[in-house]
Design a protein around this ligand. Sequence first.
Ligand SMILES: Cc1cc2nc3c(=O)[nH]c(=O)nc-3n(C[C@H](O)[C@H](O)[C@H](O)COP(=O)(O)O)c2cc1C
Length: 170
Amino acid sequence: MPNIILCYDFSAVHTSDAADKIGTALSFFYPVNVLDVFHAVPESFLAGDVIVSVVSTWHEGQLPQAWNESVPMLQTVSFSGKKVAFCGLGNGDEYPDFFCDAIGFLADLFEKNGGTLIGKTPAEDYHFHHSVAKRGDEMVGLCLDYQKHRDKIDGQVKTWCDELKKQIES
Ligand SMILES: Cc1cc2nc3c(=O)[nH]c(=O)nc-3n(C[C@H](O)[C@H](O)[C@H](O)COP(=O)(O)O)c2cc1C
């Protein structure tokens, strides 16, 4: 039974709401352990077969502070043998040139350190102009917009978690 680590900034409001929804959906199938990135150390990731990170983007393409401060620590973590997935929070109408950039930076980092990326979504599902999280026709993860598309979030999370389950087990 794969062990999931759900990593996010516990102090971020929308992020915590999204992480709760994702954790609830995945916990029907797997043990889910939550990890506050603010307190994470390299050993925090050891027990995870799948690392699901939930991260908003701030200030025109920046990581939130807790994630930004964790980057030097994350650069020392080996994600080899682990599957990694990302859920980004952003606003493609207000920040169309930086939509959910944070998960793009983090996906690059986690993959560089050996992680296998799962949970990509079609870029055509979103409205934006440019994003670091876009690779070809896909985004590196699920993107949620709490400002303009809150009504879609429950459905997006369910569809994504169903797809994650398939990719976790393949
Ligand atoms: C000052 C400010 C800057 C933002 N910058 C971006 C951005 O560059 N890209 C983006 O996609 N969303 C951006 N957003 C939208 C946030 O990511 C979005 O509001 C998100 O839901 C915040 O979640 P949190 O409160 O859990 O951190 C910004 C929001 C604010 C208020």
